[in-house]
Design a protein around this ligand. Structure first.
Ligand code: ATP
Ligand code: MG
Length: 351
């Protein structure tokens, strides 16, 4: 469908367009009526001709006034059927034109959301299928007597089941975070306790890991949901450990942020994150090194969850490069610091 430029299209409002149409119609009526009587036509005949001319000019000018509405109505019907690629013509500059522009923007956003939904389902199915296929293969082998039902085999099966359980728990967390049905239970607490707890858990899981905790100044206080914050730190620690070579150290640090809030850093001695991957690592299911991650069982959800939690707190999370090599994940949260930091410094001899 082509859209020839309409004479009224550049007018910026519907009022102006309707005013112009009325003016044109009245003008044409007067002129034609006057000309008719001038050439000696009966006033009634002259009137009828003037009326017809007015109708024709009104029809010509009003054409296109409502066509974007018709287009939008058609596009809405198409969208209801699942076709999100339809856009409407934006020639008109009036309120309907603005509405059409908003409509196109909405359609583009819906299109993107729909694509994300499809990708999500594809990713989820793929991630679920992998451990299920592995489990099925082992079970079939056992039934056929090819593989013995010994503790070793059971352990590999347990690992796959754990991987499935973890994935489902992560998906549930993400969906709760995104839907807002996991409200934050914000409170003031000493950050050191949360960091120590996360570090202890990590040492328990990987006894060889060297995890150091450093909070400066002591008694640094966060205003956050401790359970969710623990989840963030645990996710970052897990990533850091995955990349740190044996004997390497993972550092957990917390200190007051400038000008307000607190900063938590998780630093590892791994290879770091390549610059071109940085913008994507917070995406759901994104793995910078897919071969490695799928082998180790990571689905690429950890950082997406961490970012959601930090966002809910009104904070910020980003990776930095550690010299000479390694990755430093920096989380900044607004709010509480320490009792002393909040108090004005006391100047000796001052008022
Ligand atoms: N400390 C790090 N050093 C190097 N690369 C990292 C680091 N942390 C994250 N990445 C990269 O970012 C990607 C996304 O991390 P994310 O935590 O979201 O997923 P994952 O760890 O692969 O899986 P999951 O956390 O769901 O188990 C990782 O796959 C990895 O490529
Ligand atoms: Mg992770």
């Amino acid at each position: 469908m082509t859209h020839p430029m309409h004479p009224l299209a550049p007018l910026p409002s519907i009022k102006l367009k309707i005013g112009t149409i009325i003016l044109a119609a009245v003008g044409v009526t007067i002129v034609v009526f006057w000309a008719g009587t001038k050439v000696g036509l009966w006033p009634s005949v002259s009137g009828i001709i003037a009326g017809i001319c007015a109708l024709v000019i009104t029809r010509y000018l009003a054409r296109g006034l409502t066509s974007p509405l018709r287009e939008m109505s058609e596009a809405t019907t198409a969208m209801a059927r699942g076709d999100y690629e339809r856009r409407v013509n934006l020639a008109s500059k009036d309120e309907i034109g603005q509405l059409a522009a908003s409509f196109n923007q909405m359609a583009a956003e819906l299109d993107a959301t729909e694509r994300m939904r499809r990708d999500l389902i594809a990713n989820v199915s793929h991630e679920l299928r992998t451990p299920i296929t592995a489990l099925q293969a082992v079970l079939e082998n056992m039934i056929d007597g090819v593989e013995p039902a010994d503790p070793e085999t059971m352990r590999t099966m347990l690992a796959q089941v754990e991987r499935l359980g973890r994935l489902v728990a992560q998906l549930l967390d993400l969906s709760r975070l995104e839907s807002g049905s996991m409200p934050l239970d914000r409170q003031s607490f000493e950050i050191e306790a949360v960091l120590e707890h996360a570090a202890r858990e990590t040492r328990l899981h990987s006894p060889n890991a060297i995890v150091s905790v450093d909070v400066e100044p002591g008694g640094l206080t966060a205003d956050a949901d401790p359970e969710r914050l623990h989840q963030v730190v645990a996710n970052l620690l897990e990533n850091a450990l995955r990349y740190t070579p044996i004997g390497g150290t993972v550092e957990l640090r917390a200190f007051p942020a400038e000008p307000s809030g607190i900063t938590i850093e998780v630093t590892d001695e791994g290879p770091g994150i390549p610059d071109d991957q940085v913008p994507r690592i917070f995406e759901r299911f994104y793995r910078a090194d897919s071969a490695r991650s799928s082998r180790d069982g990571g689905a690429g959800l950890g950082l997406a969850i961490a970012q959601w939690i930090v966002d809910l707190h009104g904070g910020e999370i980003h990776p930095e490069r550690r010299e000479p090599h390694g990755c430093r994940m920096v989380v900044t949260l607004p709010g509480a610091r320490t009792a002393t930091a909040v108090r004005e410094p006391v100047h000796p001899g001052g008022t």
